[in-house]
Design a protein around this ligand. Sequence first.
Ligand code: C2E
Ligand code: CA
Ligand code: CA
Length: 708
Amino acid sequence: MKRFDLSKLRIWPRLVLSFTVLLLFSLLLAGLSLYRLNELSNNFTEEMGQLNLDRETIDEIRDSSEDAARKLPVLLGASPEERESVYAEINDANHNLDRVLTRLSGGPTTAEQLHAIEGVRAGLASYRELVKATIRLIETGENKKALHLLGGKTEATLVDLTRAIRDLSAASQIAAIERAKVVRDEIQQDRVSVGILCVVIFSIGCTLAWLVTRSIVVPLARTEQGARRIATGDYAFRIDAGGAAELGRLASAMNVMAQAVAEREDSLFKMSNLDVLTELPLRNQFIVQSHALLARLVKAKRVAVVICMDVDRLKNVNNILGFEAGDALICGTAQRLRELFNSDACVGRLAGGTFIATVGIDNAAGAELVAERVQRELNTKLVWEHQPLDLSVSIGMALFPAHAMDMDLLLRRAEHAMFESKRQRLHATLYSAKLEESRLDHLSLLSDLQEAIANNHLKQFLQPKISPFDRTMHGAEALVRWHHPVRGWLSPAEFIPFAENTGRIRQVTQWMLEHAVQTLADWQQKGLNCSVAVNVSTLDLQDPMLPARVNHLLKKFNVAPSMLQLELTESGLMAGGDDPIRVMHGLNEIGVKLAIDDFGTGQSSLAYLQLLPVHELKIDRSFVDGVNRDARRQDLLKSIVDLGHSLGLTVTAEGVENEAELEVLKAVGCDLVQGYHIAKPMSSDALAHWMEGVAKSPAPQADDYACL
Ligand code: C2E
Ligand code: CA
Ligand code: CA
């Protein structure tokens, strides 16, 4: 037979069932008690009535017999007529006695009572006999005998009768007391029964309450415990969903909730800790993993190198080939980094094309080996949609524990070293205290630069551009110098990069533009038909107000716009979407000439440049350096020059340092040349002198230029 399981029931039927059972038992108890109480009270009333009846009966017997006895002396002196009425009264009394005796013998009697009743009956019978004999004697006129009988035997019989009546009364009382005892015993018995019944009902009530409470509390406690366990993060834990439907549903709901929370937390964890594109840990997660790795390495008495790697030319790839190509480059790098490092390392993505890794090494020398390995594995080609993408990274490194114990600081230091690699165009740089010094220097320079602009501590230097064919000057490039009150002359390399990073470059550009236009106005006055080229940075090209500002200056100094040239780098015009192109068109519209600086170092194609309003191409000095010694590079230079010409551009070569290079440039048809071989950058006064003496001494003396 199937066992009845309370916990399988829902909560409301359980409560209804238990309370109904309790209620029924209580009603039963109340009904039984009432019934017994009623019965006992009836018995008691009956007993009391019987007792009263007995007492009345006894009183009546005594009164009636005494009545009859009292009449007898009256008969002695009465006339026959009077006697008739006395007889009638005696008869009445006798009848009454008979009736009472009958009643007495009909009620419930004990043996003592019966015996007493027999005594009364016998006494009455003898008394009656004597009364009859007395009456006979009176009727026969024997009054003396009658009187004698009356005073003697009759009197004695009356006394006996009275005693018998007293005995009956006593027996009745004893019987009543006995019956009262019986009633008391019954009450006592009933009290015990009711007590037992109460205990039984109480036990049933307690058991039911315990069962029902337990069937609710146990699953609830289980659910609560489970909820607490889930709250501690043990989402795999499942609460037992058995039991009452409601509690089972509650447990199931908690389980569903735990699963949902686990999934949510998992996706939150991924979102906040893992990079969506590469699934590599982001900065915080990387730091957590690195901490664990460093702890393991410390135990193994090993050290670590934190490497910061930045994918070169990612911005260009994004701008030229689109973000999908950029993403492919990032994913390719991530994949190779994953394959490169084993369990003694962790890899993460910091931002954009910057990756980070913490790698366990045996000693400081191991850092260089790791850097070489990274370079070897990463400096390759990736293929994206049949197009080869050049992959290379700039590396910065910091050592644990030599350079810092704190992961945050290690990362920052590796990052600074990486920036240094970028700045110096090195493959890898290991952090050093000197690097930190120069960084701090830059920070103090930032506030100084603001002052330098306001106090005219900046200087404009000019470097001429000449034709390699007739050596005539066609223009000059304006290059900024800073005469720092404490540090002396500072080269642009020392402050331009951080001025670009901090946005101060816009003020530098404005300052240079004002001086360039003033120089042009000066030259115009002297009848000199030469242009001045100003370098503009990425940030300037994102300023839609630049054309208006340039125009305003040209108008203010009444300078022909075509005399002003702006040099921009490929990366600058690829940087921020449409804006640089729009600004370029704005500048072109006012008549200003534009040149692409450092051509060949970026990724832009000539075909792309064709679409831009560019007038001049400045070939980077890396193409010129030693070109006279390498025929293949001469061919390359020639093809660039030819291509530039085919696009209708003036081609200028930078960094000409000797006559042999100049000859090659002439041979490949370069329009203009610029370099130390012709002249170093110099102040406008020095340039004026140079122009005067150019025929005599084309290579200026270093002293002329105050610096560099
Ligand atoms: P750049 O625009 O490529 O400028 C040419 C740099 O090459 C100048 O360095 C110049 O002194 C140097 N140079 C010229 N001829 C030779 C040569 O024959 N051999 C060698 N080795 N170098 C030569 P400088 O003046 O130190 O400027 C460095 C860079 O700083 C510039 O490169 C330019 O990108 C930036 N810069 C300079 N002035 C400004 C400026 O006013 N604004 C902005 N935004 N950038 C500037
Ligand atoms: Ca330049
Ligand atoms: Ca250049």
